[in-house]
Write a protein that binds this ligand. Structure first.
Ligand code: WT7
Length: 674
């Protein structure tokens, strides 16, 4: 009796409850503990359970009515009369609000000036804890107008592609908004990418402008952005103008007639600018992302639908209230930074925090120190960061207050229940709901996620679809699976924020997303639906690896490896990694006469870093005298994935291999050497 009573009392404390769940979760991999919406959270939440059901039902039965109404949350110059024109088959096309006109920058800035001109739009926190800045809506508006004028002064016009290769400094947001203001299409390339990767992305969209900085600063280390840019431009003839932000004052080379200092241009430019009237379906940005084959695809997002969707999901998923300080730790080089640092929050008149640094600099308490310093209410990060910080123990978290936090978010990869429970109990002191948001570069915004005032949480589940999203789980043959089940995840109908095409290659768009399961958008993810209708994303089912929440195509890493003169052949797969979620595992066959060595291993890792960028570095390289191939020469990755994961007993049927003994060699090598 006593024991039971004690246990009950202890479990009434949410932190104790979470700790108990952690103990259980370390034995099971999925967790069905239900975390109900905290009563005080429900009271003030924008969407409760009842509203969610009502709105969701309407969004499915009457999408035109639903979206037509919610699209009014943004300002239109000319109102649309048509809501939706979509086909996922035949001539695949996706159009939303197609006869409406608007300007994204005006929605993110000008329309807020009367009411909140003096409110902080961006809190910038530098790499060093001594550096931060508050930028009001009025100030941001002026900076954007100046750059927009400066760009027009250089002859940059509507439809031009502008590549942005910047660190996490306010100028990155200013550059995005200035492009949107004049109708130019931005393509941001993450600052961690190599000169070659940058060049490939510049060339693919034939960009004529590059905006970069002298150097970036991360964790106290300098990133040679301008040097990289100069290298990329040696092979990229389309770029006529380079605008350079001075960040560190490092010694760089400026090419006369091509390179301009950002501060010189904006100082001379007028602080007033009339935003361009854009059509709802005019392109807003291109963002390159990896797929299972070929080079990265230029995912194209357009203006009206994207903004409606980014703003609406930002408001409801994060339960954003007037005055809240919101922080998403992503980099603007990824889609998360586009939709949930810049466009969604600013369209909503929010205060958004932009962080230049990394979680463990100067020490692993940094995130929480920033939370306390700026009184952050909503905090959105990736599971890989949580797992890395979890390894440092509770100390660095507990020495901070975090009292301002109300809501936590997760994105980028499946969050394991252990990490979820640690995030909930240690970071959030058991008080803050966690929104585990599933989406993709292609989807433009969040598709499956709890709404924190409506959805009881299960650690590790992205839970329920957002308004207007119809998930469908299919088997390998494309048959719909109903009820509690597991299979591949498709979405059956369009939502306003989805990508419209692959830039310059509509056929690839149709092939990649609409041909595996005809008539449905195929996500590339596996998914389980449980008996409560909750969705659990199980990870990619194609040849895409998710490393620390970043997408990497196995084919890209393979082609970097085989470009090395000593490599004859390479096959790359993902394998489970404690911190990164997935690591990069490369099987390498050397050319005849070259002998494996530790030095060569290091050389190859360095080579891939140089070719693609640090995020593509192989974690493990196994020397492979041969690779398992079918008689027709196709590499059987299924087998390589199993060996990399140390699962030797489930190799499946290897009888179709041209030479089954190859597998034995690989298994021996894996067990003995790696
Ligand atoms: C892939 C998309 C979404 C912006 C950042 C990544 C995986 C993303 C989750 C989540 C499980 C997730 C999927 C998806 N993913 N969020 N909450 N739970 N998996 O965008 O680089 O386009 O990658 O990330 O596998 O397909 P991305």
């Amino acid at each position: 009796m006593r024991r039971r009573a004690d246990r009950g009392a202890a479990l009434a404390d949410p932190r104790e409850r979470a700790r108990a769940a952690i103990r259980e979760a370390s034995v099971t991999t999925t967790d069905n503990t239900l975390f109900p919406v905290p009563a005080d959270f429900a009271k003030s939440a924008l969407i409760n359970d009842d509203t969610y059901q009502k709105w969701y039902d309407r969004s499915i039965t009457d999408p035109e009515g639903f979206w037509g109404e919610h699209a009014k949350r943004i300002d239109w110059i000319r109102p649309f009369t048509k809501v939706k024109d979509v086909s996922f088959t035949g001539d695949v096309h996706i159009k939303w609000f197609e006869d409406g006109t608007l300007n994204v920058a005006a929605n993110c800035l000008d329309r807020h000036l009367d009411e909140r001109g003096d409110q902080t739009a961006i809190i910038w926190e530098g790499d060093s804890p001594d550096e931060s800045e508050h930028i009001t809506y009025r100030d941001l508006h002026e900076r954007v107008c100046r750059l927009a004028n400066a760009m027009e002064g250089l002859g940059i016009k509507k439809g031009d592609r502008v590549t942005i290769y910047l660190p996490m400094i306010p100028e990155a947001a200013v550059a995005m908004l200035a492009c949107a203001r004049i109708g130019a299409i931005h393509s941001i390339v993450f600052g961690g990418f190599s000169p070659d990767s940058l060049a490939g992305r510049i060339q693919d969209c034939d960009s004529n402008v590059l905006i970069t900085a002298d150097e970036g600063l991360r964790g106290g280390r300098k990133v040679p952005l301008k040097v990289n840019a100069d290298k990329a431009l040696e092979t990229s003839w389309s770029v006529k103008h380079v605008i350079v932000v001075k960040r560190t004052g490092g010694d760089i080379h400026m090419v006369s007639g091509r390179d301009y200092w950002y501060h010189d241009l904006v100082a001379k430019a007028s602080p007033e600018h009339k935003p361009a009237e854009q059509n709802a379906e005019d392109p807003l940005f291109i963002l390159y992302t990896s797929g299972s084959t070929g080079k990265p695809k230029g995912v194209l997002h357009t203006t009206g639908g994207y903004l409606v969707y980014a703003a609406m999901t930002h408001q409801y998923v994060f339960d954003y209230h007037e005055g809240d300080v919101y922080w998403c730790t992503a980099d603007v080089g990824w889609v998360t930074g586009h939709s949930y640092i810049v466009y969604g929050p600013l369209a909503n008149g929010a205060t958004t925090l932009m962080f230049e640094g990394i979680p463990n600099y100067p020490d692993s308490s940094r995130f929480w120190q920033v939370v306390d310093k700026h009184k952050v209410n909503i905090f959105y990060t990736a599971p890989t960061a949580i797992r890395a910080l979890m390894r440092e123990g509770e100390g660095p978290v507990k020495k901070t207050s975090r009292q301002s936090l109300r809501l936590l978010g997760s994105v980028g990869e499946p969050i394991n229940p252990e990490a979820w429970l640690w995030y909930h109990s240690v970071v959030g002191d058991g008080r803050c709901p966690i929104v585990d948001t599933w989406w993709q570069t292609e989807t433009g915004g969040i598709l499956i996620s709890p709404l924190p005032g409506a959805t009881a949480l299960k650690p590790g589940s992205a839970t329920k679809p957002f308004f207007g999203v119809k998930p469908m789980i299919v088997d390998a043959a494309g048959g719909e699976l109903t009820g509690a089940t597991e299979g591949n995840l498709c979405i059956t109908d369009a939502w306003p924020g989805m990508m419209r095409t692959v830039y310059g290659d509509h056929e690839r768009f149709v092939q990649t997303y609409f041909s595996t399961y005809r008539g449905y958008y195929f996500t590339g993810d596996g998914c389980r639906r449980d008996e409560d209708g909750y969705y659990w994303i199980t990870g990619r089912v194609d040849d895409v690896i998710n490393v620390s929440g970043h997408r990497m195509g196995t084919a890209e890493v393979e082609s970097a490896l085989v470009a090395h003169p000593k490599v004859a052949e390479a096959a790359v797969v993902g394998y489970p990694h404690d911190i990164k979620g997935q690591g990069i595992y490369a099987y390498v066959t050397l050319v005849n006469g070259v002998h494996p060595s530790e030095d060569l291993r290091k050389e190859l890792v360095g080579w891939v870093r140089k070719e693609i960028g640090p995020i593509a570095s192989p974690d493990l390289i196994q020397w492979a005298p041969g690779l398992p191939k079918t008689r027709s020469g196709k590499i059987m990755r299924r087998i390589l994935r199993k060996i990399a994961a140390n699962e030797y007993d489930a190799l499946g049927d290897i009888s179709t291999l041209a030479d089954p003994t190859v597998v034995e060699d690989l298994v021996d090598n894996r067990m003995n050497r790696v």
